[in-house]
Design a protein around this ligand. Structure first.
Ligand code: PLP
Length: 416
């Protein structure tokens, strides 16, 4: 029997390769936030100096977010996370359109989205269908998770009011042709507006894109864009929604008049300050980090694909710099995560939101993977803290981790 030297798990080592699930708060971001927890803890709705101090901080943060998106100040709404932004964009728009229609000529608003969106989009769309408020088309994708622009064009109906396509897929990193879709909609809207004064709105979930890709809303031609702070080194619990000027959304949270009557509730000043600072830092570092992280991601891909029975999921080229995702034959994703954890490595199987869910990933299923293939999915996601040495360590231990699991897993064809 071959006597291979094995690496022992190193409990003291901690390698974080789950940046697509969440990122640590940047120290500069934390420092900017801290005064707003105590000495500058005013309520921004109050007229005294504490209130105005908070108001100024919120509006400065709004300007930073607007600047990063090439938007204007008034077009940014602060929310608690991308999920809330997505809910507000979809439900708010559908409700506005339903309210605008006369009861006699009422048609059900139609939404076009993809079958690989985050659950925040899919479940929101399903909810609207269940209420009978909208009809939804979930477009298929190819084997790399890419949507075809001409498919979108074919799916458009006279009642189509919204197209919602994610910028970067969180499980496999596929980058969608958002700018091309934006151009298509621009030409369709130009024609439609002159014929019947209707237009189709365009939402993108840019949650996984903001750190690495150009998110200029005018260049992309999007009308609504959702973001969440914790994916780019702001804290969890703060998000933003870009809403192109002139678009009316029925607010989904009733109460006070905050956020220009579009999102009630006392503003979370320290977190809003953190979001503004984080987006500024992310934009300033985009070029540097993008090339460094892309290089490390490609090393991971090269290393993992040397193990037999592994396949890359998602495209080779049109993928986000920080996501390297695979399916590994003969292993369960959960088992590999647990063993990797013993070696000090944090990774993920599909999205954090579906972890613990035994159903195969809806993203991999839509890409044509069989359930038994999807169960062996593994995602490493990198960030600005990732080092070359960490990647070398992961590439070194992974064959052993996979080998150990394959040794104990029932062989294919074994009776159950
Ligand atoms: N959209 C995408 C693409 C995501 O990756 C996530 C988080 O995993 C979300 C939306 C939801 O973000 P949050 O949970 O912060 O609302």
């Amino acid at each position: 029997m071959e006597n291979k030297k094995r690496t022992s798990p190193e409990p003291s080592r901690r390698v974080y390769l789950d940046y697509a699930a969440t990122t640590p708060v940047d120290p500069g971001v934390l420092a900017a936030m801290l005064p707003y927890f105590n000495e500058k803890a005013g309520n921004a709705s109050e007229v005294h100096s504490f209130g105005t101090e908070a108001r100024v901080a919120i509006e400065e943060a709004r300007s930073k977010v607007a600047e990063a998106l090439g938007a204007s100040h008034k077009e940014i709404i602060f929310t608690s996370c991308a999920t809330e932004s997505i809910n507000l964009a979809h439900k708010g728009l559908v409700e506005t359109i339903n309210n605008q229609q006369s009861t006699i000529n009422k048609t059900k608003p139609h939404i076009i989205t993809t079958s690989i969106e985050h659950k925040a989009v899919i479940e929101t769309c399903k909810h609207l269908e269940k209420l009978g408020w909208a009809e939804v088309t979930y477009l298929p994708v190819d084997s790399t998770g890419l949507i075809a622009v001409d498919q979108i064009e074919k799916a458009i109906r006279p009642e189509t009011v919204l197209i919602s396509i994610m910028y970067v897929n969180n499980e496999v990193g596929t980058i969608q042709p958002i700018e091309q879709i934006g151009q298509l909609l621009k030409s369709i809207n130009n024609k439609q507006l002159t014929i019947n004064n209707r237009r189709i709105y365009f939402h993108t979930d840019a949650t996984q894109a903001i750190q690495y890709l150009d998110c200029d809303v005018n260049r992309l031609g999007v009308d609504l864009m959702s973001l969440t702070g914790h994916k780019f080194h702001a804290p969890k619990g703060i998000g933003a929604l870009y809403v192109r000027q002139g678009i009316k959304l029925v607010r989904q949270q009733d109460g006070g008049g905050q956020e220009s009557n579009r999102r009630a509730g006392t503003e979370n000043v320290p977190y809003i300050v953190g979001l503004g600072e984080a987006i500024k830092v992310a934009q300033a570092q985009i070029t540097n980090h993008k090339s460094q992280i892309t290089r490390l991601r490609d090393r991971v891909i090269e290393g993992v694909l040397k193990i037999h029975g592994t396949r890359l999921t998602g495209p080779k080229d049109k993928r986000a710099p920080h996501i390297a995702s695979f399916v590994i034959e003969g292993v369960e994703g959960e088992a590999i995560l647990l063993l990797l954890n013993e070696y000090g490595v944090a990774a993920s199987t599909g999205s954090a939101c579906t972890a613990g869910d035994l159903n195969p990933s809806h993203v991999l299923t839509a890409m044509g993977f069989k359930p038994e293939e999807s169960h062996g999915s593994l995602r490493f996601s990198l960030g600005k803290g990732t080092t070359e040495e960490e990647i070398d360590y992961v590439i070194k231990i992974l064959p052993e981790v996979v080998g150990k699991i394959r040794e104990i897993a029932p062989k294919l064809g074994d009776s159950v």
